[in-house]
Design a protein around this ligand. Structure first.
Ligand SMILES: Cc1cc2nc3c(=O)[nH]c(=O)nc-3n(C[C@H](O)[C@H](O)[C@H](O)COP(=O)(O)OP(=O)(O)OC[C@H]3O[C@@H](n4cnc5c(N)ncnc54)[C@H](O)[C@@H]3O)c2cc1C
Length: 390
Protein backbone atom coordinates (compact mmCIF):
# COMPACT_ATOMS: atom_id res chain seq x y z
CA UNK A 1 0.00 0.00 0.00
CA UNK A 2 1.38 3.41 -0.99
CA UNK A 3 0.99 5.95 1.80
CA UNK A 4 1.75 9.64 1.23
CA UNK A 5 1.88 12.00 4.21
CA UNK A 6 2.11 15.77 3.81
CA UNK A 7 3.85 17.25 6.86
CA UNK A 8 6.50 15.84 9.20
CA UNK A 9 5.17 17.35 12.43
CA UNK A 10 3.85 15.28 15.35
CA UNK A 11 0.64 14.30 13.49
CA UNK A 12 2.48 13.17 10.35
CA UNK A 13 5.32 11.34 12.08
CA UNK A 14 2.97 9.62 14.56
CA UNK A 15 0.81 8.33 11.71
CA UNK A 16 3.87 7.14 9.75
CA UNK A 17 5.27 5.33 12.80
CA UNK A 18 1.96 3.66 13.55
CA UNK A 19 1.45 2.51 9.94
CA UNK A 20 4.99 1.14 9.71
CA UNK A 21 4.45 -0.86 12.92
CA UNK A 22 1.02 -2.19 11.98
CA UNK A 23 1.38 -2.73 8.26
CA UNK A 24 4.90 -3.95 7.55
CA UNK A 25 5.76 -3.50 3.89
CA UNK A 26 3.67 -0.36 3.45
CA UNK A 27 5.49 2.17 1.26
CA UNK A 28 5.42 5.31 3.40
CA UNK A 29 6.68 8.68 2.22
CA UNK A 30 6.51 11.88 4.24
CA UNK A 31 6.86 15.12 2.29
CA UNK A 32 7.90 18.19 4.25
CA UNK A 33 8.72 21.68 3.12
CA UNK A 34 11.06 22.09 6.11
CA UNK A 35 14.74 21.16 5.76
CA UNK A 36 14.83 19.11 8.96
CA UNK A 37 13.61 15.79 10.34
CA UNK A 38 10.80 15.85 12.92
CA UNK A 39 11.39 17.91 16.06
CA UNK A 40 9.01 18.76 18.94
CA UNK A 41 8.08 22.45 18.63
CA UNK A 42 8.23 23.07 22.44
CA UNK A 43 12.02 22.64 22.09
CA UNK A 44 12.16 25.79 19.95
CA UNK A 45 12.27 27.89 23.14
CA UNK A 46 15.52 26.23 24.12
CA UNK A 47 16.97 26.83 20.66
CA UNK A 48 15.91 30.48 20.97
CA UNK A 49 17.33 30.96 24.47
CA UNK A 50 20.57 29.25 23.45
CA UNK A 51 20.27 26.48 26.06
CA UNK A 52 20.06 23.81 23.32
CA UNK A 53 21.83 23.64 19.98
CA UNK A 54 20.27 22.48 16.72
CA UNK A 55 21.70 18.95 17.01
CA UNK A 56 19.77 18.33 20.23
CA UNK A 57 16.39 18.95 18.62
CA UNK A 58 15.78 15.70 16.76
CA UNK A 59 14.45 12.63 18.58
CA UNK A 60 14.59 10.51 15.40
CA UNK A 61 17.64 10.38 13.13
CA UNK A 62 17.91 9.11 9.53
CA UNK A 63 18.66 5.61 10.80
CA UNK A 64 15.38 5.53 12.79
CA UNK A 65 13.35 6.54 9.73
CA UNK A 66 15.28 3.96 7.66
CA UNK A 67 14.60 1.13 10.12
CA UNK A 68 10.90 1.99 10.19
CA UNK A 69 10.83 1.95 6.37
CA UNK A 70 9.71 5.58 6.30
CA UNK A 71 11.08 7.75 3.48
CA UNK A 72 11.25 11.47 4.25
CA UNK A 73 11.54 13.95 1.42
CA UNK A 74 12.97 17.11 3.03
CA UNK A 75 12.52 20.57 1.54
CA UNK A 76 9.82 19.13 -0.74
CA UNK A 77 6.60 21.12 -0.81
CA UNK A 78 3.42 19.40 -1.99
CA UNK A 79 1.94 21.85 -4.48
CA UNK A 80 -1.29 20.16 -5.55
CA UNK A 81 -3.44 17.07 -5.24
CA UNK A 82 -5.49 15.31 -7.88
CA UNK A 83 -7.91 13.20 -5.85
CA UNK A 84 -9.46 11.50 -8.92
CA UNK A 85 -6.18 10.10 -10.28
CA UNK A 86 -4.78 9.82 -6.70
CA UNK A 87 -1.63 11.80 -7.39
CA UNK A 88 0.18 14.62 -5.69
CA UNK A 89 2.68 17.02 -7.21
CA UNK A 90 5.67 18.19 -5.24
CA UNK A 91 8.32 20.85 -5.73
CA UNK A 92 11.21 18.32 -5.80
CA UNK A 93 9.89 14.82 -6.49
CA UNK A 94 7.32 15.75 -9.16
CA UNK A 95 4.18 13.59 -9.51
CA UNK A 96 3.70 10.77 -6.98
CA UNK A 97 0.79 8.33 -6.76
CA UNK A 98 -0.84 7.24 -3.50
CA UNK A 99 -3.36 4.72 -2.24
CA UNK A 100 -4.00 6.68 0.96
CA UNK A 101 -3.09 10.31 1.58
CA UNK A 102 -2.76 12.03 4.98
CA UNK A 103 -2.79 15.82 5.16
CA UNK A 104 -0.84 16.78 8.28
CA UNK A 105 0.07 20.28 7.13
CA UNK A 106 -0.22 21.92 10.57
CA UNK A 107 -0.74 25.61 11.09
CA UNK A 108 1.04 28.92 10.48
CA UNK A 109 1.35 31.88 12.81
CA UNK A 110 -1.10 34.70 12.35
CA UNK A 111 0.87 37.95 12.05
CA UNK A 112 -1.43 40.96 12.26
CA UNK A 113 -0.30 44.24 10.70
CA UNK A 114 1.57 46.16 13.40
CA UNK A 115 1.05 49.84 12.80
CA UNK A 116 4.08 52.00 13.39
CA UNK A 117 6.47 49.02 13.63
CA UNK A 118 8.93 48.52 10.70
CA UNK A 119 8.23 45.15 9.02
CA UNK A 120 11.91 44.18 9.22
CA UNK A 121 11.71 44.11 13.03
CA UNK A 122 8.70 41.74 13.12
CA UNK A 123 9.17 37.97 13.37
CA UNK A 124 6.84 34.97 13.32
CA UNK A 125 7.73 32.01 15.54
CA UNK A 126 6.76 28.50 14.47
CA UNK A 127 9.72 26.57 13.15
CA UNK A 128 13.50 26.18 13.24
CA UNK A 129 13.99 28.58 10.32
CA UNK A 130 12.05 31.29 12.23
CA UNK A 131 14.21 30.81 15.34
CA UNK A 132 17.47 30.93 13.37
CA UNK A 133 16.24 34.14 11.74
CA UNK A 134 15.39 35.71 15.15
CA UNK A 135 18.70 34.62 16.64
CA UNK A 136 20.73 36.06 13.83
CA UNK A 137 18.79 39.37 13.88
CA UNK A 138 18.91 39.60 17.71
CA UNK A 139 22.73 39.46 17.75
CA UNK A 140 23.67 41.67 20.68
CA UNK A 141 20.49 43.77 20.55
CA UNK A 142 19.05 44.56 23.95
CA UNK A 143 15.27 45.03 23.79
CA UNK A 144 12.60 42.58 22.62
CA UNK A 145 8.82 42.70 22.66
CA UNK A 146 6.51 39.70 22.43
CA UNK A 147 3.08 40.35 20.97
CA UNK A 148 0.62 38.05 22.72
CA UNK A 149 0.41 36.99 26.37
CA UNK A 150 -0.85 33.48 25.72
CA UNK A 151 0.91 30.25 26.49
CA UNK A 152 3.40 30.50 23.68
CA UNK A 153 4.02 34.22 24.12
CA UNK A 154 5.08 33.77 27.75
CA UNK A 155 7.42 30.91 26.93
CA UNK A 156 8.93 33.00 24.13
CA UNK A 157 9.38 35.96 26.49
CA UNK A 158 11.18 33.73 28.97
CA UNK A 159 13.46 32.36 26.21
CA UNK A 160 14.35 35.90 25.07
CA UNK A 161 14.96 37.00 28.67
CA UNK A 162 17.26 33.98 29.08
CA UNK A 163 19.25 35.32 26.10
CA UNK A 164 19.90 38.37 28.27
CA UNK A 165 17.39 40.65 26.55
CA UNK A 166 15.07 43.10 28.28
CA UNK A 167 11.61 41.83 27.36
CA UNK A 168 8.10 43.26 27.34
CA UNK A 169 4.99 41.15 26.74
CA UNK A 170 2.21 43.05 25.01
CA UNK A 171 -1.28 41.59 25.42
CA UNK A 172 -4.29 43.39 23.98
CA UNK A 173 -6.56 41.56 26.42
CA UNK A 174 -6.89 42.75 30.00
CA UNK A 175 -5.22 39.64 31.39
CA UNK A 176 -2.58 37.04 30.55
CA UNK A 177 -3.42 33.56 29.30
CA UNK A 178 -7.02 34.53 28.58
CA UNK A 179 -7.85 31.10 27.13
CA UNK A 180 -6.30 29.04 29.91
CA UNK A 181 -6.82 31.00 33.13
CA UNK A 182 -9.39 33.05 34.99
CA UNK A 183 -8.89 36.55 36.42
CA UNK A 184 -7.35 35.39 39.69
CA UNK A 185 -5.00 32.79 38.24
CA UNK A 186 -3.82 35.26 35.59
CA UNK A 187 -3.00 37.92 38.14
CA UNK A 188 -0.91 35.45 40.17
CA UNK A 189 1.07 34.50 37.04
CA UNK A 190 1.52 38.16 36.08
CA UNK A 191 3.17 38.96 39.42
CA UNK A 192 5.51 36.02 39.11
CA UNK A 193 6.48 36.97 35.55
CA UNK A 194 7.15 40.54 36.56
CA UNK A 195 9.42 39.21 39.32
CA UNK A 196 11.55 37.84 36.46
CA UNK A 197 12.01 41.38 35.13
CA UNK A 198 9.71 40.73 32.19
CA UNK A 199 7.44 43.71 31.71
CA UNK A 200 3.76 42.87 31.19
CA UNK A 201 1.64 45.42 29.31
CA UNK A 202 -2.06 44.56 29.34
CA UNK A 203 -4.61 46.18 27.04
CA UNK A 204 -1.64 47.67 25.22
CA UNK A 205 -0.80 48.37 21.57
CA UNK A 206 2.61 47.43 20.07
CA UNK A 207 3.43 50.89 18.70
CA UNK A 208 3.70 52.17 22.28
CA UNK A 209 6.74 49.99 22.83
CA UNK A 210 10.27 50.84 21.81
CA UNK A 211 11.99 47.52 20.99
CA UNK A 212 14.72 46.26 18.66
CA UNK A 213 12.63 43.30 17.60
CA UNK A 214 9.03 42.09 17.90
CA UNK A 215 8.14 38.39 18.06
CA UNK A 216 4.50 37.74 17.25
CA UNK A 217 2.61 35.10 19.15
CA UNK A 218 -0.95 36.01 18.28
CA UNK A 219 -2.41 32.63 17.42
CA UNK A 220 -2.24 30.33 14.41
CA UNK A 221 -4.30 29.52 11.34
CA UNK A 222 -4.64 25.99 9.93
CA UNK A 223 -2.78 25.35 6.68
CA UNK A 224 -5.78 24.51 4.51
CA UNK A 225 -4.72 25.98 1.14
CA UNK A 226 -3.61 22.69 -0.42
CA UNK A 227 -6.88 20.95 0.52
CA UNK A 228 -9.04 23.89 -0.51
CA UNK A 229 -7.40 24.18 -3.94
CA UNK A 230 -8.49 20.65 -4.85
CA UNK A 231 -12.01 21.11 -3.53
CA UNK A 232 -11.75 19.27 -0.19
CA UNK A 233 -14.21 20.67 2.38
CA UNK A 234 -12.60 23.31 4.59
CA UNK A 235 -13.85 25.73 7.23
CA UNK A 236 -11.45 26.86 9.98
CA UNK A 237 -9.55 23.64 9.26
CA UNK A 238 -9.85 20.68 6.88
CA UNK A 239 -13.17 19.06 7.80
CA UNK A 240 -12.87 15.50 9.07
CA UNK A 241 -15.25 12.91 10.50
CA UNK A 242 -14.61 10.55 13.42
CA UNK A 243 -12.45 8.41 11.11
CA UNK A 244 -10.31 11.50 10.33
CA UNK A 245 -11.59 11.22 6.75
CA UNK A 246 -12.04 14.28 4.59
CA UNK A 247 -14.90 14.38 2.09
CA UNK A 248 -12.68 12.77 -0.60
CA UNK A 249 -12.09 9.00 -0.74
CA UNK A 250 -8.78 7.87 0.76
CA UNK A 251 -7.77 11.38 1.85
CA UNK A 252 -7.41 11.89 5.61
CA UNK A 253 -6.34 14.87 7.73
CA UNK A 254 -4.92 15.15 11.28
CA UNK A 255 -3.37 17.65 13.66
CA UNK A 256 -3.42 21.46 13.60
CA UNK A 257 -4.77 21.50 10.01
CA UNK A 258 -7.87 19.42 10.85
CA UNK A 259 -11.26 20.53 12.14
CA UNK A 260 -13.33 17.94 14.00
CA UNK A 261 -16.80 18.77 15.33
CA UNK A 262 -16.20 22.50 14.90
CA UNK A 263 -12.88 22.41 16.74
CA UNK A 264 -9.29 22.93 15.59
CA UNK A 265 -7.37 21.91 18.69
CA UNK A 266 -3.90 23.31 18.00
CA UNK A 267 -2.28 21.21 20.74
CA UNK A 268 0.10 18.26 20.73
CA UNK A 269 -2.16 15.72 22.51
CA UNK A 270 -4.83 16.19 19.82
CA UNK A 271 -2.31 15.95 16.95
CA UNK A 272 -0.99 12.74 18.48
CA UNK A 273 -4.39 11.13 19.00
CA UNK A 274 -5.61 12.19 15.56
CA UNK A 275 -2.41 10.98 13.87
CA UNK A 276 -2.82 7.60 15.54
CA UNK A 277 -6.53 7.27 14.73
CA UNK A 278 -6.00 8.40 11.12
CA UNK A 279 -3.23 5.82 10.67
CA UNK A 280 -5.46 3.03 11.89
CA UNK A 281 -8.33 3.98 9.58
CA UNK A 282 -5.97 4.45 6.64
CA UNK A 283 -4.90 0.80 6.86
CA UNK A 284 -8.45 -0.47 7.25
CA UNK A 285 -8.61 -0.91 11.03
CA UNK A 286 -11.59 1.23 12.01
CA UNK A 287 -11.12 3.45 15.05
CA UNK A 288 -13.38 6.29 16.06
CA UNK A 289 -11.83 9.54 17.24
CA UNK A 290 -14.14 11.29 19.72
CA UNK A 291 -12.24 14.49 20.45
CA UNK A 292 -9.47 15.45 22.86
CA UNK A 293 -9.76 17.13 26.26
CA UNK A 294 -8.08 20.54 26.12
CA UNK A 295 -5.06 20.41 28.33
CA UNK A 296 -2.25 22.92 28.52
CA UNK A 297 0.69 22.83 30.85
CA UNK A 298 3.56 25.26 31.05
CA UNK A 299 6.30 26.28 33.37
CA UNK A 300 7.20 29.94 33.64
CA UNK A 301 9.53 31.30 36.29
CA UNK A 302 9.55 27.85 37.83
CA UNK A 303 5.77 27.85 38.32
CA UNK A 304 3.75 24.93 37.03
CA UNK A 305 0.52 25.97 35.38
CA UNK A 306 -2.10 23.56 34.07
CA UNK A 307 -5.41 24.33 32.46
CA UNK A 308 -7.69 21.42 31.60
CA UNK A 309 -11.15 21.38 30.04
CA UNK A 310 -13.65 24.18 30.73
CA UNK A 311 -12.11 26.80 33.03
CA UNK A 312 -14.17 29.91 32.25
CA UNK A 313 -17.67 28.42 32.04
CA UNK A 314 -20.41 30.24 30.20
CA UNK A 315 -24.03 29.26 30.55
CA UNK A 316 -26.10 27.57 33.25
CA UNK A 317 -25.38 24.79 35.70
CA UNK A 318 -21.69 25.32 36.44
CA UNK A 319 -20.24 25.69 39.92
CA UNK A 320 -16.63 26.58 40.77
CA UNK A 321 -14.72 25.71 43.92
CA UNK A 322 -11.46 27.48 44.59
CA UNK A 323 -8.49 27.13 46.92
CA UNK A 324 -5.63 29.60 46.99
CA UNK A 325 -2.51 30.37 48.93
CA UNK A 326 -0.94 33.44 47.32
CA UNK A 327 2.13 33.32 49.60
CA UNK A 328 2.96 29.83 48.34
CA UNK A 329 1.91 30.67 44.77
CA UNK A 330 -0.82 28.03 44.83
CA UNK A 331 -4.18 28.34 43.12
CA UNK A 332 -6.66 25.59 42.29
CA UNK A 333 -10.04 25.95 40.66
CA UNK A 334 -12.40 23.08 39.94
CA UNK A 335 -15.39 23.66 37.65
CA UNK A 336 -18.23 21.20 38.24
CA UNK A 337 -21.28 20.48 36.13
CA UNK A 338 -23.89 17.74 36.63
CA UNK A 339 -21.78 16.07 39.34
CA UNK A 340 -18.77 15.79 37.01
CA UNK A 341 -15.55 17.80 36.90
CA UNK A 342 -15.71 19.86 33.69
CA UNK A 343 -12.37 21.61 34.04
CA UNK A 344 -9.60 22.76 36.35
CA UNK A 345 -6.88 25.37 36.73
CA UNK A 346 -3.90 24.25 38.78
CA UNK A 347 -1.07 26.64 39.60
CA UNK A 348 1.96 25.62 41.63
CA UNK A 349 0.92 22.01 42.29
CA UNK A 350 2.27 19.70 39.63
CA UNK A 351 1.62 16.56 41.69
CA UNK A 352 -2.18 16.74 41.35
CA UNK A 353 -2.40 17.48 37.60
CA UNK A 354 -2.48 13.91 36.32
CA UNK A 355 -5.24 12.81 38.72
CA UNK A 356 -7.43 15.84 38.00
CA UNK A 357 -6.91 15.33 34.25
CA UNK A 358 -8.00 11.71 34.62
CA UNK A 359 -11.13 12.64 36.63
CA UNK A 360 -12.08 15.10 33.87
CA UNK A 361 -11.23 12.80 30.96
CA UNK A 362 -13.03 9.76 32.42
CA UNK A 363 -16.07 11.89 33.44
CA UNK A 364 -15.95 10.47 36.99
CA UNK A 365 -18.83 11.31 39.35
CA UNK A 366 -17.44 13.72 41.96
CA UNK A 367 -20.70 14.65 43.67
CA UNK A 368 -19.74 12.70 46.82
CA UNK A 369 -16.06 13.69 46.77
CA UNK A 370 -16.19 17.44 46.43
CA UNK A 371 -13.92 18.12 49.43
CA UNK A 372 -11.37 15.67 48.10
CA UNK A 373 -11.15 17.73 44.90
CA UNK A 374 -9.24 20.31 46.94
CA UNK A 375 -7.11 17.64 48.60
CA UNK A 376 -3.70 16.16 47.82
CA UNK A 377 -2.93 13.60 45.14
CA UNK A 378 -3.82 10.66 47.42
CA UNK A 379 -7.32 12.13 47.96
CA UNK A 380 -7.72 12.72 44.23
CA UNK A 381 -6.49 9.24 43.36
CA UNK A 382 -9.22 7.99 45.71
CA UNK A 383 -11.89 9.70 43.61
CA UNK A 384 -10.34 8.41 40.40
CA UNK A 385 -10.18 4.84 41.78
CA UNK A 386 -13.80 4.90 42.94
CA UNK A 387 -14.76 6.12 39.47
CA UNK A 388 -12.98 3.28 37.76
CA UNK A 389 -14.61 0.64 40.00
CA UNK A 390 -18.14 2.08 39.61
C1 LIG B 1 7.20 27.24 20.11
C2 LIG B 1 6.01 26.34 20.22
C3 LIG B 1 5.75 25.69 21.43
C4 LIG B 1 4.64 24.87 21.56
N1 LIG B 1 4.41 24.26 22.76
C5 LIG B 1 3.35 23.44 22.90
C6 LIG B 1 3.12 22.76 24.14
O1 LIG B 1 3.86 22.91 25.10
N2 LIG B 1 2.04 21.93 24.22
C7 LIG B 1 1.19 21.72 23.15
O2 LIG B 1 0.24 20.95 23.27
N3 LIG B 1 1.39 22.36 21.97
C8 LIG B 1 2.45 23.20 21.81
N4 LIG B 1 2.65 23.85 20.61
C9 LIG B 1 1.72 23.57 19.49
C10 LIG B 1 2.14 22.27 18.81
O3 LIG B 1 3.48 22.36 18.45
C11 LIG B 1 1.25 21.97 17.61
O4 LIG B 1 -0.05 21.68 18.08
C12 LIG B 1 1.79 20.76 16.84
O5 LIG B 1 3.06 21.05 16.30
C13 LIG B 1 0.85 20.35 15.69
O6 LIG B 1 1.42 19.31 14.99
P1 LIG B 1 1.06 19.04 13.46
O7 LIG B 1 1.83 17.83 13.07
O8 LIG B 1 -0.41 19.05 13.27
O9 LIG B 1 1.57 20.32 12.64
P2 LIG B 1 2.97 21.05 12.54
O10 LIG B 1 3.83 20.76 13.71
O11 LIG B 1 2.67 22.46 12.20
O12 LIG B 1 3.66 20.35 11.27
C14 LIG B 1 3.16 20.49 9.97
C15 LIG B 1 4.29 20.42 8.99
O13 LIG B 1 3.77 20.38 7.66
C16 LIG B 1 4.57 21.19 6.82
N5 LIG B 1 3.79 21.55 5.63
C17 LIG B 1 2.72 22.36 5.54
N6 LIG B 1 2.25 22.42 4.26
C18 LIG B 1 3.06 21.62 3.54
C19 LIG B 1 3.11 21.28 2.15
N7 LIG B 1 2.22 21.74 1.26
N8 LIG B 1 4.08 20.44 1.71
C20 LIG B 1 5.01 19.92 2.60
N9 LIG B 1 5.00 20.23 3.92
C21 LIG B 1 4.05 21.05 4.38
C22 LIG B 1 4.88 22.39 7.73
O14 LIG B 1 5.97 23.16 7.26
C23 LIG B 1 5.19 21.67 9.03
O15 LIG B 1 6.53 21.26 9.07
C24 LIG B 1 3.76 24.67 20.45
C25 LIG B 1 4.01 25.32 19.23
C26 LIG B 1 5.13 26.15 19.11
C27 LIG B 1 5.40 26.83 17.80
Amino acid sequence: MKIAIVGNGIAGVTAAKSISENLPGAEITIFTDEEYNYYPRPLLDRLLSGSMDLNGMFPYNDEWYGKKGIRVSLGDRVTDIDTSSKKINTSKSGACGYDRLLLATGASPFVPPLEGVPAGKVFAYRNIADVLRIRSFAGDKKKAAVIGGGLLGLETAKALADRGMKVAVIEHNTRLLPRQLDEEGASLIKSRIEEMNIEVLLGAAPERVDADLFVVSAGVRSNTGLAKACGIGVQKGILVDGGLRTDRPDVFAAGDCAEFNGTVYGIIPAALEQGQAAASNMIGRPVEYKGTTFQATLKVAGIDVASIGIVNPEGEGYESIIRKDAAKGIYRKCVIKDGKLAGSIIIGERSVVASLARIIRDKIDVSKGRDALMGDDAALSGIAMKGSTN
